[in-house]
Design a protein around this ligand. Structure first.
Ligand code: PXP
Length: 250
């Protein structure tokens, strides 16, 4: 049995703040404060805090990440697209980990994994630069053998397997197939000595299926925890998820 670690993605705390205060970021009324929420999540037992600095700054702002860097006591994981300005930003604030994700402006959330084969040249240089700054690098990929191989070849430390298709599966058959793909990708990544994380669409119900994926180290969960927190508060929402992650067989 191994401890499955929880990274709480707090983007949607910033989404709520931006809904009212996007044009008044310095207002003393600007709430809720993602940094205060991050501390509550950590106090409740979260093993890390994750935030995505998007090109359009629709939720997290540069200042949020600077403050998170100064305040997060556990581990800060910055999700980001592989673009020059954001890479420079990461090198300036030096998060503990970076998870490179694909990013399209028009999508509501990250929709698919990054294609490491198509973008190998640019990614290789990004991995080198982040490593030189002491930042561990994760690649958010679909559970596909060739993508796992590419992550290994690029020198990534971690793969985060995209669980969105499993989470949103409409039929039992599709869920079974997707779970099998995730299981195979996890085993392959583990054999290549990559740390295996998972994320996207994980909630208080489908977490049962996530337990069937071997070799996981960490889950990154955002939307469902923020939603549950609207009812019971962040401390209880994080504790409840941690409870459901217990007894992971690995
Ligand atoms: N992991 C990655 C790479 C993501 O892009 C996201 C969404 O921002 C998550 C995890 C969290 O997904 P969700 O909000 O559906 O839990």
């Amino acid at each position: 049995m191994s401890t499955l670690r929880l990274g709480v993605n707090i983007d949607h705390v910033a989404t709520l703040r931006q809904a009212r205060y996007a044009t008044m970021p310095e207002s003393k009324n600007a709430e809720p404060d993602p940094i205060a929420i991050a501390s509550i999540c950590e106090r409740a037992g979260a093993h890390g805090i994750t935030a995505h600095l998007r090109a359009d700054r629709r939720h997290m702002q540069d200042r949020d990440l600077e403050r998170l860097r100064a305040n997060v006591m556990t581990k800060l994981n910055l999700e980001m697209g592989n673009t020059a300005g954001i890479i420079d930003f990461a090198l300036r604030i030096v998060p503990d980990e970076v998870c490179v994700v694909p990013e399209k402006r028009e999508e509501i959330t990250t929709e698919g994994g990054l294609d490491l084969i198509a973008h190998a040249r640019e990614l290789r240089s990004t991995v080198k630069r982040l490593h030189a700054a002491g930042i561990r690098v994760s690649m958010f990929i679909d559970p596909v053998r060739e993508q796992v191989d590419a992550a290994g070849e690029l020198g990534a430390d971690i793969v985060e397997l995209h669980t969105g298709k499993l989470a949103n599966a409409f039929t039992e058959k599709f869920a079974r197939q997707e779970l099998e793909r995730l299981r195979e990708a996890a085993m392959h990544a583990h054999n290549l000595n990559l740390q295996v994380n998972a994320g996207h669409g994980i909630n208080y119900h489908n977490i049962v299926s996530i337990h069937k994926i071997p070799h996981l180290t960490e889950l990154n969960i955002g939307h469902s925890i923020v939603s549950r927190a609207a009812f019971i508060g962040f401390e209880a929402a994080v504790r409840e998820m941690l409870g459901l992650m217990e007894n992971y067989q690995g």
